[in-house]
Structure formats: C-alpha cells, structure tokens
Design a protein around this ligand. Sequence first.
Ligand SMILES: [Fe+2]
Length: 229
Amino acid sequence: MENKLIYIALVLLTSLVNINCAKQRIQSCKATTPDVLGPYYFPNPPRRRQICDRDPAYHDQRHLLVEGRVMDESCQPLSGARIEVWQADHEGHYLFRDNCRGYFFSENGGHYAFLSLHPGTYSTDPEGGLFRPAHIHFRVLKPGYDILVTQMYFAGDPNLGRNDSCTACSSDRSDLIVEPREMCPDKTGKFCFSIAHFDIVLKRGGDVLVVPDIDDSAMELMDIAETGK
Ligand SMILES: [Fe+2]
C-alpha cells in the first residue's frame, strides 16, 4: 500500500516538476563534469526507478526524489538516454547486487526521476580519517554521445572538496552539487520528500552505438503505481 502511494506521489511530483522545468530556459549548457566510476559499479543493473527499497530503514527514512533533464550542449532535451544509478544505503554500505542500483530512460523533454534514500557516508581512506561525502553515482548512455560517468553530491556536506577521502573525485565541482528542497504533496505531512534537481548535459561523441531496450518507462511507472510492486 505504501509503495503504491509513493509511486502515485512520484507520478504527481514528476508532473509538477516537469511543468516547473518547462518554464525554465537554460541558455547555456556545459557538459556535466565527469567523476570517478568507483569500485562498486556492476554492469546490468535491474530496470527500476525505485532503489534502496530493501534498506531496513526504507520506511523510516525520508525519501529522496532525484529529478532533472538530460540535454545536449545546445540545451536540447535528450529522451531515450539510459541512466544507471547506484549508491550506498543510508548507513554507507553498498548492499549489492540488487538493492541500491537500477537503470531507466529519460523521457520526453529529457526528463527523468527516480526514488531513493539519502545515501550514507563511508571512508576510502586507509587510515580512516577522511570520509566520502554522500553521493549517488550516475552512468549515462545515449547513441552519438560520450558515455558520462559522474557523481551527484549534496550541498552543505562537510566531506566535500578537500575533505573528501577520494582525492581523484570531483566533489568540489559546483555542477555536481545539489541542494534538495522539501515537498509534502498531501496535507497530512505523512508523505514528504526531499527533492534534488540534477540536470545532465552530454557531450556529443560516439561512444555508444546501441542502447538496449525501448523507452517505455512512463508506462512501467504507471504499471507499478497500479500494482503497488
Ligand atoms: Fe560511491
């Protein structure tokens, strides 16, 4: 039941966000800064837009809705881009293979959205003194464009930049740092979300010749809303 409500809210929120974004006209789109792939990427993630739902704290934690658009460097929307995401659970553990990861496609207008939890932090410092800032990994593929591997970070995280235990990572780059806002779609305040807006700009290239699957994720989302799975 709760999953069903979450997905209905996700559909509604995505619609609202799309309307808001349609009013924004970005004049200049710079290719998104790449970042380190990291050791926890595994190919062939499951296709879904709700990740970390096996986290023991899933029903106790405030959900994080990440939404945005995929565009090219001329600010033209790119639909049908395959977006793979993976992250640590709320305690900073990577519970692979099939919990906190998934893939989906950008839709009309380049819009995408997925539901998760705020990721926890963990250390890659051998001496344990430094930690990674909370982050979500992205790998984005679209025929005719370079594959983008990057990470999304959260404003105000004390482990950003030079405090990051990953010295090769790009957590000091402003285009990778989001500032989530709170939204409560119903008046009870029971189903509140943190919403992070993260636009992705791909660089024209040619790394990907074929992206498997057909973009029917909107239909998939409505199916899930119906069945509550
Ligand atoms: Fe990571």
